[in-house]
Design a binder for this molecule. Structure first.
Ligand SMILES: [Zn+2]
Length: 375
């Protein structure tokens, strides 16, 4: 174990057992300094290794460390005391064709800025937006890269400008039927000032979300042609990311029902859903297959990963069943045997359970309308 890792563990544990805010601040200060030094050296492994060691051994210390790492990689303080926070604006989308990603036209970005200031951000917040609609695999990878990204927005945020990123230099967005897109930016505020509108006395978080869905949603819809979308609450970067991961699971299942109804011209009542748990030592995910009622051919599949501290005790299967029943699915079959995490040798797509409990490749019949790749 490196000296840096040992230090991180010691400070995170000390913070997790501290009994007063006064003592907390003492440890937070030291932990922040240690994390900054590791981030600036780009030693992602040191952070990962410290988190790994606390994950099962000491959950309170894990939470303290994870929170501190997220705070230091998505927040910066300028020499004059002004604070920068990286934010994300997530939107769930699905399409029979493809979900747009890449450069955002200047006019659209200006409209987003107006709606964010008008409905989401507190007064006196300065904002920088990046002119790219990101797919998840195009976001900065790792905490050190995230901090660098946040730092690159510092000047723009201070001057209420946008930051140009060359979308051509990013990874190609992997095509899925349903996926999330992010607009990313940074806000700059004076010390202790409100960041979001819901921090101001006369506004609630619910109202902010409703207003954003109406006004921000209209702008996002024009950026995502031929897509159905669900606009989520803009928020601190890592939180927005987690929330969209969570809501993306239900979105993926609901979208698949709509997608199959559209491409197969079938009512949902003629479709069957098969749900099975997939293991790699421990339960990792559920895979959800869609077939016609009375057929064993898997037409499409959706992965439902476990997130955070979900484990075998999770009631996820009830949640999935409730979603597909509400969408009008005719039959739901729950398989109880443990399935191995297997993937297609050719294309790497996850294999999905058919109603007999065999793992197969999901495949839309050739007769269906042209569609984007299935995985
Ligand atoms: Zn394949």
């Amino acid at each position: 174990m490196s000296r840096d890792t040992t230090q991180l563990l010691r400070l995170a544990i000390a913070l997790s057992v501290s009994a007063s805010r006064l003592e907390d601040r003492f440890w937070v200060h030291q932990l922040d300094a240690q994390i900054d030094s590791v981030l600036d050296k780009g030693q992602e492994d040191t952070l990962e290794s410290a988190l790994d060691q606390l994950w099962t051994a000491n959950p309170p210390a894990y939470d303290a460390l994870a929170q501190a790492i997220e705070a230091r990689s998505s927040g910066l303080i300028k020499a004059d005391g002004q604070e920068l926070l990286l934010i994300a604006i997530p939107v769930q989308a699905w399409s029979r064709y493809s979900i747009a990603a890449g450069a955002i036209a200047p006019a659209r970005l200006a409209e987003l800025r107006t709606q964010l200031h008008g409905h989401v951000l507190a007064a006196d917040v300065r904002l920088a937006l990046v002119d790219v609609l990101f797919s998840p695999d195009q976001l900065p990878r790792g905490f050190a890269a995230t901090r660098k990204f946040a730092r690159s927005l510092m000047d723009a945020a201070e001057h209420e400008q946008d930051l140009h990123v060359d979308a051509a230099g990013l990874a190609q967005a992997i095509p899925f039927v349903a996926d999330v897109r992010y607009v990313v930016g940074a806000v700059m505020v004076a010390p202790d000032a409100a960041v979001f509108r819901w921090q101001e006395a006369q506004h609630s978080r619910e109202q902010v979300l409703r207003d954003w869905q109406a006004y921000g949603g209209a702008v996002l819809q024009t950026m995502l042609p031929a897509c159905a979308i669900e606009t989520l609450l803009p928020n601190a970067y890592f939180n927005a990311w987690r929330e969209s991961d969570l809501s993306g699971r239900g979105w993926g299942v609901r979208s698949t029902v709509d997608y199959l109804k559209a491409v197969l011209a079938l009512p949902a009542a003629n479709l069957r859903v098969v749900i099975a748990p997939f293991y790699d030592h421990v339960l990792e995910e559920y895979r959800v297959s869609f077939t016609r009622v009375g057929s064993n051919d898997v037409l499409h599949g959706v992965v439902w990963p476990l997130i955070g501290n979900e484990d075998e005790a999770t009631e996820v299967t009830n949640e999935i069943e409730t979603i597909v029943r509400a969408a009008g699915i005719g039959e739901v079959l729950l398989l109880n045997e443990r399935m191995p995490l297997e993937y297609c040798d050719d294309c790497g797509a996850p294999l999905f359970p058919n109603p007999e409990g065999e793992l197969v490749h999901a495949q839309i019949p050739e007769s269906a309308e042209p569609t984007p790749p299935l995985h």
